[in-house]
Design a protein around this ligand. Structure first.
Ligand SMILES: *Cc1c(COP(=O)(O)O)cnc(C)c1O
Length: 464
């Protein structure tokens, strides 16, 4: 064992080998030295475990592998073949070309982010998307923060700290990732006042709970990730708005998905739009930028001018401040809506609008392409009619018809795992249905078709 240990080179010697010298030039001394140390440590442990010493060539190879995995960023592009369009775990909305180039520009050059060109002095970053938001929704004023969760915290803290916030029992929801409406209220210093029941709440329930001088806000939360059906009742927004006005208390609505387009024009059920909520008399609407709006992660606050001013004065706004790259992307996304080009330009809407027959043609092209590999000529590849979903806490239970490639194998789980983890291939996230691995073209970008086919081929052959 001692002689085997003595055969291991020193770190310096190892670095002088032909395989590693160019690596130092390419990636810097520190990365390669640290990989060499780790490789030697592991080799030592192997010897202590009774194995022979690695050859110099194998050791160098181990270092090369360590370096290449260490310089790999952990955030990787993946192929989303799940058919879930707004997939929170896979990054939610993809951005339009217009938004991407705006981000590139904002990142590359100084900008008038907080600078008024006409006056030659300090301006506000909040003007950039606000005017467009007002124009598109009819809001008097608007402000943008980091995400909708942040928008809620800001609004509750600024409008109802130490005051009662009245909310229907059926709307005390968890939005996801442990973000719960009651917790967020407590965190913001509000007193939660629950009214009604899980399934039925009436406008009188709200009215009876209002205490003059103590009630700070009426809050409605849109059921974006769940659906209550059966014996149910909720007052309309207009009724709540009337009640709020009578008592001079603001009505806030957390819309979540924040759409500007009517989902009903795309074969889905109607999802309330931001403009509808405002028109119904809601004083403050909050929504996400990266759900149905199809823009960057952001929290939109739209509504009455005096309320938005109050939010802008609150110290929390600085902590929730939105970045220039986000603002650039949001503005570009909104411009597509202004020009009526959202369905053509914005990936979320393009995917929602995709035609099932065309999706089927793409799935068949994948199938034919895979069959060209002799070993896969008889592989169990089928085209199936199934459904895609919108996802991302919007339109729960709503589906879009699609046609997908299905691979029926004995161990669907094992194939799905190989698709996610094969070295040298982009990770492919597929879904499993009835022991078949399903690839839905709706969420696969056309420019990923070749990569997807290569990855499926690799995963099938590796399992053969
Ligand atoms: C998604 C969602 C949120 C959280 O929005 P983020 O932008 O992810 O912070 C809040 N409320 C509702 C109703 C939602 O659907």
């Amino acid at each position: 064992m001692q002689t085997e240990l003595r055969k291991l080179p020193s770190v310096d010697k190892l670095l002088q080998t032909d395989a590693l010298l160019p690596l130092v030039d390419r990636h810097g001394h520190e990365v390669v030295v640290s990989a060499a140390r780790s490789a030697l440590d592991e080799a030592r442990l192997q010897i202590l475990g009774g194995q022979p010493a690695l050859s110099a060539v194998d050791l160098a190879q181990a270092v090369v592998q360590r370096v290449s995995s260490e310089i790999q960023p952990s955030l990787l592009p993946v192929i989303n073949a799940t058919g879930v369009i707004i997939h929170t775990n896979l990054g939610r909305a993809l951005l339009s070309e217009r938004a991407k180039s705006a981000m590139q520009q904002a990142a590359s050059a100084y900008s008038n982010l907080e600078y008024t060109l006409s006056a030659g002095g300090r301006g506000s970053r909040y003007v950039h998307a606000a005017e467009l938001l007002c124009r598109l929704t009819g809001a008097e004023a608007a402000v943008v923060v980091n995400n909708n969760a942040g928008a809620l915290v800001l609004a509750l803290s600024a409008l109802a700290k130490n005051a009662d916030v009245i909310i229907s029992r059926g709307q005390l929801v968890e939005i996801g990732g442990g973000f719960r409406v009651p917790d967020i209220m407590a965190q913001s210093g509000c007193h939660l006042v629950e009214v009604g029941t899980t399934n039925r709440t009436y406008v009188q329930d709200y009215e009876q709970a209002i205490v003059s001088g103590q009630t700070g806000l009426l809050l409605a939360v849109h059921a974006s990730n769940y659906h209550i059906s059966g014996f149910t009742a909720q007052p309309s927004l207009a009724e709540l708005a009337q009640l709020a006005r009578r008592h001079n208390i603001p009505l806030m609505e957390d819309l979540g998905s924040g759409t500007l387009l009517d989902a009903a024009s795309f074969g889905l059920t109607h999802e309330p739009t931001m403009q509808e909520s405002l028109a119904a008399g809601v004083d403050l609407v909050t929504a996400s930028g990266d759900k149905l709006l199809g823009g960057p992660q952001a929290g939109l606050l739209l509504g009455r001018k005096d309320i938005i001013e109050k939010l802008k004065q609150h110290p929390l706004i600085r902590a929730l401040r939105v970045d220039k790259i986000t603002l650039a992307a949001l503005q570009a996304t909104l411009l597509a809506y202004l020009e009526n080009k959202a369905v053509d330009e914005i990936p979320v809407w393009r995917m929602i609008a995709a035609n099932p027959a065309m999706l089927g043609r793409r799935a068949r092209r994948w199938q034919q392409s895979l069959r060209k590999t002799p070993q896969l000529a008889k592989a169990p590849l089928e085209i199936v009619k199934t459904v895609s979903t919108v996802g991302g806490g919007s339109l729960p239970g709503q589906t879009l018809p699609t046609q997908a490639l299905a691979i029926g194998v004995d161990q669907a789980d094992a194939l799905a795992e190989r698709l996610r983890t094969s070295a040298g291939q982009p990770p492919v996230i597929a879904r499993i249905e009835n022991n078949r691995v399903i690839f839905d073209p709706r969420t696969v970008l056309p420019e990923q078709d070749k990569l997807l086919i290569a990855a499926i081929k690799h995963a099938l052959l590796a399992g053969a």
